[in-house]
Design a protein around this ligand. Structure first.
Ligand code: FES
Ligand SMILES: [Fe+2]
Length: 369
């Protein structure tokens, strides 16, 4: 088929950012709960929280309350945190239990979700305990991190994020010994996608993160490329001798390297030189609010001075600098005067390209139909 002049002109049109309403419209946010949060792999917690049979912890995805528990058979399962009687939450916080007992009327469930007993149920004709079970959701372990997917037909994580599991393991050879040692969080007044997009491009870094150009990354080599539904950040690292903690770059293959794997839609694993693993995850709390969590992981979750220092330094610089940016963007997205601009897509990729933003916008558009 011959291209018309109009087709040719259209093919030259730059790709524009998403319209503001994707970030501000409460109805679209409600729709995202179905189309995005209930269909993607979501971070739940860490395996160290389930070290014994009967250990459980609760968590939330958008508005859904859920919990994970280790069964008597050692299996890790995840359930909606809702009693099948009259909908009270079954567990609160975290703990260890032999049975899961709902605090409202004491219906008790086995650790695999089956109803064991409801007080006075033997008086009810036709009450069949074997037909009642907590509603289970898909669960996967990813290098010690527990993920759930509310979609029973979801493809496994390795299909969504090809290669990420093995690459991360190569960058953090002791990942099986790690546990969360420290969490920091920032309450941001923006839609979750504003914060995720801000994390996923470094076009803004030179101007807004003064430590960036002099820190561990070599900006001219920074790149972010889609890899399935993963955004893979790479850079040559520099100034290892000026790090605030000692590094032996020859200790293992990636001891001197920086890497990051953002797993769409709401978590990223980041590795600093010295195989230091830290995570970002975003917990949307409304259409225009999100909690951005940073997790720092050490062997057995031990408190280490240099990690505490690093977390504080990270918070005082990058985190604080980014909060100002994302809060301002959210205000702008609400403005009648905002006309979405073209994305800067450099055919050669690199630090000043927004290919990663294009990927995110494609995933959003596709999910939302
Ligand atoms: S709602 Fe749980 S026992 Fe009644
Ligand atoms: Fe930033």
């Amino acid at each position: 088929m011959e291209l018309t002049a109009d087709d040719a002109r259209k093919s030259q049109d730059p790709i524009c950012a998403l319209p503001g309403r994707y970030y501000t419209d409460p109805d679209l946010y409600e729709l995202e709960k179905d189309k995005i949060f209930a269909k993607t792999w979501q971070f739940a917690g860490h395996i160290s929280q389930l070290s014994r049979k009967g250990a459980y912890f609760s968590f939330r995805i958008a508005d859904e309350e859920l919990f994970c528990v280790r069964g008597k058979d050692e299996e890790i399962r995840a359930f909606y945190n809702v009693c099948q009687h009259r909908a009270h939450q079954v567990v609160q916080g975290e703990g260890v239990a032999r049975l899961l007992v709902c605090p409202y009327h004491a219906w008790s469930y086995e650790l695999d979700g089956r109803l064991k007993k409801a007080p006075n149920d033997d008086k009810v004709p036709g009450f069949d305990r074997s037909k009642i079970c907590l509603t289970e959701v898909r669960v996967e372990e990813f290098n010690g991190f527990i993920f759930v997917n509310l979609d029973p037909d979801a493809k496994p994580m390795d299909d969504w994020y090809p290669g990420a599991r093995e690459e991360l393991r190569a960058y953090v050879p002791n990942i099986d010994d790690l546990a969360p040692a420290l969490w920091t969080h920032a309450e941001e007044d923006c839609n979750w996608k504003v914060s995720v997009e801000n994390y996923s491009e470094c076009y803004h870094c030179k101007l807004n993160h003064p430590t960036f150009a002099t820190g561990v990354v070599k900006p001219e080599t920074y790149n972010i490329m889609p890899q399935g539904h993963c955004l893979r950040h790479t850079t040559v690292s520099a100034n290892l001798d000026r790090m605030t903690y000692p590094i032996d770059p020859n200790a293992n293959e990636h001891a001197g390297d920086y890497g990051s794997w953002f797993l769409w839609p709401t978590i990223s694993f980041q590795v600093y030189p010295g195989n230091v693993l830290n995570t970002y995850h975003w917990e949307p709390t409304g259409v225009d609010t999100v909690t951005a969590w940073r997790g720092w992981h050490t062997p057995h979750g031990d408190a280490l001075d240099h990690i505490t220092q690093l977390a504080q330094q990270d918070y005082d610089t990058t985190v604080v600098e980014d909060i100002r940016l994302v809060n301002s963007v959210q205000k702008g997205l609400k403005s009648r005067g905002y006309v979405p601009g073209p994305l800067v897509l450099d055919p050669e990729f690199g630090v000043n390209s927004e290919h990663s933003i294009r990927a995110i916008h494609d995933w959003v558009r596709k999910a939302m139909g």
